[in-house]
Design a binder for this molecule. Structure first.
Ligand code: NAD
Ligand code: UFG
Length: 358
């Protein structure tokens, strides 16, 4: 492993004049208690925003709110609700007068979306329409949406740019694309600008290890599964195929540290222009194979993570990673944490919280 770890600086250069006061205005954060939402709340508070969070705790725990306050030094306002409850959302908008929205709330398990597509259309698309309805006529001037590189499906060419054709191959991906289009159409009708951020593979955790990803049940994703093996919750990692056309035969992805991702949202809020709604990839531009990740995670843990090679998983693209030029140009942002950082911080979280938030 040649990458060097970067120092732990989870809150990037907060503007001290405004970081205590929330003078940059209030951001409505949907899905604030979730994995990416919680890390983003900390960055927002540290950069001078107030936050009003909403979540129904479908895939998160209330204790996260206390940990956000502990890490940021001040709390967020919070209302428990389902984003499909438009009236409840409208009340939040009336009571807190947000000037920006970051919309994380949604369902994200690809396999579950194949089994229960209606649930995904209801929450991811119905929930987004409800949110757009609730902010109509409000002072919200900036809207940032959590989309996914899953909208590109299995791209013919890498790196993936924002003009790579979209071709989602799961109900999850189709609902993210439909939500993107609903948001773009909504923003075009009013004096509001924003970004549709297509994330690559978020991993890692706040460097304190106090918040992190806490998947319900058996993890679908590589890093949480590997770390649960390391902490003794599972016996061995199944590596899905080593016969791909890649250097070591395993699939290649663009893993991005969740704190870099969270900081990308702050950059997006600050870069948003009225009446424009751009799609932007958020990744590192670097591809790592499954075995690269297993080796880096083993280094971080200090002992080899046992794994076995099994058959390919249906629907996996062989290689996907981002072209990050547009993010740098439009947001003035780039991810700079390394795979070493990602594994160290994910392990800090997993080892301190072997059973997640339980
Ligand atoms: P997460 O499940 O940790 O967070 C989502 C939050 O939304 C949870 O706290 C959940 O309780 C909440 N929520 C779900 N349904 C809701 C509803 N009806 N009303 C109110 N709250 C609701 O997931 P995450 O990893 O933080 O992902 C956040 C967003 O980023 C999602 O929209 C996801 O599609 C997108 N995304 C995630 C990844 C990833 O790999 N983690 C990759 C690309 C895009
Ligand atoms: N993998 C394994 N074993 C596991 C889990 C994953 O070998 O137990 C492999 C997969 O086959 C793949 C790679 O590790 O080659 C990454 O898999 P993940 O499930 O961690 O991530 P994906 O790239 O498949 O997709 C995830 C989410 C999508 C999201 C995408 C981009 O599932 O919803 O990241 O953010 F869109």
């Amino acid at each position: 492993m040649s990458e060097q770890a970067k120092p732990n600086t989870d809150t990037a250069s907060p503007d001290t004049a405004s970081s205590e006061t929330g003078s940059r205005g209030t951001v409505l954060v949907t899905g604030a208690a979730g994995y990416i939402g919680s890390h983003t709340c900390i960055e927002l508070l540290g950069n001078g925003y107030n936050v009003v969070g909403v979540d129904n705790f479908d895939n998160s725990e209330r204790v996260v709110l206390e940990r956000i306050a502990e890490l940021a030094g001040r709390p967020i306002s919070f209302v428990e609700l389902d984003i499909r409850d438009t009236e409840a959302l409208r009340t939040v908008v009336t009571d807190h007068s947000p000037t920006s929205v970051i919309h994380f709330a949604g369902l994200k398990a690809v396999g579950e979306s194949v089994e229960f597509p209606e649930k995904y259309w209801s929450v991811n698309v119905g929930g987004t329409l409800s949110l757009l309805d609730a902010i109509a006529g409000s002072d919200v001037a900036t809207f940032v949406f959590s989309s996914s590189c899953t909208v590109y499906g299995d791209p013919a060419e890498v790196p993936v740019t924002e003009t790579t054709p979209v071709a989602p191959i799961s109900p999850y991906g189709r609902t993210k694309l439909a939500a993107e289009r609903a948001i773009a159409d909504h923003l075009s009708t009013r004096d509001c600008g924003g970004f549709l951020l297509r994330y690559f593979n978020p991993v890692g955790a706040h460097s304190s290890g106090r918040i992190g990803e806490d998947p319900v049940g058996v993890p679908n994703n590589l890093m949480p599964f590997a770390m649960q093996v390391a902490v003794g919750r599972r016996e061995s990692l199944a590596v899905f195929g080593n016969d791909y056309d890649t250097a070591d035969g395993t699939c290649i992805r663009d893993y991005i540290h969740v704190v870099d991702l969270a900081q990308g949202h702050v950059a997006a809020l600050q870069a948003a222009q009225k009446s424009s709604c751009d799609v932007v990839n958020l990744g590192t531009g670097r591809g790592s194979s499954v075995l690269d990740v297993v080796n880096a995670a083993s280094e971080a843990v200090g002992t080899p993570i046992p794994y076995e090679i099994v058959d390919r998983r249906a629907g996996d693209a062989a290689v996907i990673f981002a072209d990050t030029t547009k993010a740098t140009e439009l947001l003035g942002w780039q991810a700079d944490r390394t795979m070493v950082d990602m594994c160290r911080d994910h392990w800090a979280w997993q080892s301190q919280n072997p059973n997640g938030y339980q």
